[in-house]
Design a protein around this ligand. Structure first.
Ligand code: NAD
Ligand code: G3P
Length: 317
């Protein structure tokens, strides 16, 4: 509230519909868009000039479109933040990248960061209480995000550990697929609690190996978003897991969503990067084996339960 905001979209017909209806029937049914919200479908070539007149740019596309958006914005002189949660599918590098790694490779001078944490879009749009984390190596970006988004319905905490915040956002989606499967198979509440807890350990191990602080995973973008996405039925990733447990194919499960389920695209990269770093991620590996059709849900459960005993803390970080 109190800010002048322009929503840009690549599709001019969508922009016209938003302008006329003052609502987004497909993505946010029943939510009236703020009367002050302005719209633009300016061609890509005009975007850099448009954004340099703003205080902050927020990219709200799926991971798959982030590289393209950052290329367009590469000479942007104002802070840029993204909402994406995931790893990009491998492009030229051997491994898929986190969002800040993509930015570092194509626009290293950009003052950039991420806004993350437990936040179903529909609840945010309805003004229901939500807490987020603004992560960046740049103080100016953290401050710009807090100034833009902190309000009576939205608390925004700053964190300089962008690696930890992005690993949390990416891995929780893979774990939400696993938890959806667990619940869809009626394995019980004990099993769900075990998956979330040991999933958090996997997420922490990968994050620490990539340079994150372990404490970040106890925060909103780690434990917080994992609990929300793994247990909340609004989660697209959880819905994919539930559908797979009912015997649907991956194509059926994702096709029914009409939105992106980032965990489906990030899972392979999560286990590839973990393997490269010598990090053990058996739950994420089970999700990949399921998505690739190498195992049935029941076989995955048997493999996870059949692993050798280990100590709890030795396997944490
Ligand atoms: N939806 C949520 O509740 C939520 C909450 C927090 C974070 N996120 C994250 O934000 C990101 C976007 O999620 P979403 O739910 O809004 O996804 P979505 O599938 O609803 O797509 C968002 C928008 O991006 C547009 N888009 C797709 N490709 C594009 C491109 N090449 N150029 C420009 N626009 C493009 C789509 O048309 C759509 O309007 C994801 O990484 C997701 O994990 C989503
Ligand atoms: O619907 P999902 O599974 O993409 O989750 C949405 C948000 O990331 C929850 O914080």
């Amino acid at each position: 509230a109190g800010h002048q905001v322009t929503l840009w979209a690549r599709d001019a017909s969508q922009v016209l519909a938003l302008q006329q209806q003052r609502a987004n029937q497909r993505y946010l049914p029943g939510v009236a868009l703020a009367p002050a919200l302005q719209f633009s479908a300016a061609p890509d070539a005009e975007l850099p000039a448009l954004v340099n007149t703003c205080d902050l740019v927020v990219v709200a596309t799926p991971m798959a479109a982030l590289r393209q958006m950052l290329s367009i914005l590469r000479n942007c002189r104002v802070p840029v933040a993204w909402l994406c949660k995931g790893f990009e599918a491998p492009v030229s590098e051997p491994f898929g990248l986190l969002a800040h790694e993509i930015q570092g490779s194509i626009a290293p001078e950009m003052q950039a960061g991420v806004l993350s944490g437990p936040s179903f879009a529909l609840e945010v749009a309805r003004g229901q209480p939500t807490a987020l984390v603004a992560a960046s190596a740049h103080e100016v970006v953290r401050q710009a995000l807090v100034a833009a988004f902190h309000s009576s319905a939205l608390r925004v905490y700053a964190n300089d550990d962008i690696v930890g915040v992005e690993v949390g956002g990416a891995v929780k989606n893979v774990l939400a697929i696993a938890t959806g499967l667990c619940d869809g198979l009626n394995l019980g509440l004990n099993a769900r609690a075990a998956l979330i807890t040991r999933g958090l350990a996997e997420m922490t191990r990968l994050g620490v190996a990539l340079g994150a602080r372990a404490e970040t995973f106890m925060g909103l973008s780690g434990l917080g978003d994992l609990v929300l996405t793994a247990t909340g039925d609004l989660s697209r990733n959880r819905q994919v897991g539930l559908a797979l447990a009912q015997g649907q194919s991956l194509q059926q499960a994702t096709g029914a969503l009409g939105h992106v389920a980032e965990g489906v695209y990030s899972a392979r990269t999560v286990v590839q990067r973990a393997a490269h770093l010598g990090v053990d991620m058996p739950i994420a590996q089970a999700v990949v084996d399921l998505l690739d059709g190498r195992m049935t849900p029941r076989q995955s459960v048997a493999r996870l339960m059949g692993r050798e005993p280990t100590t709890e803390l030795a396997a944490l970080v």
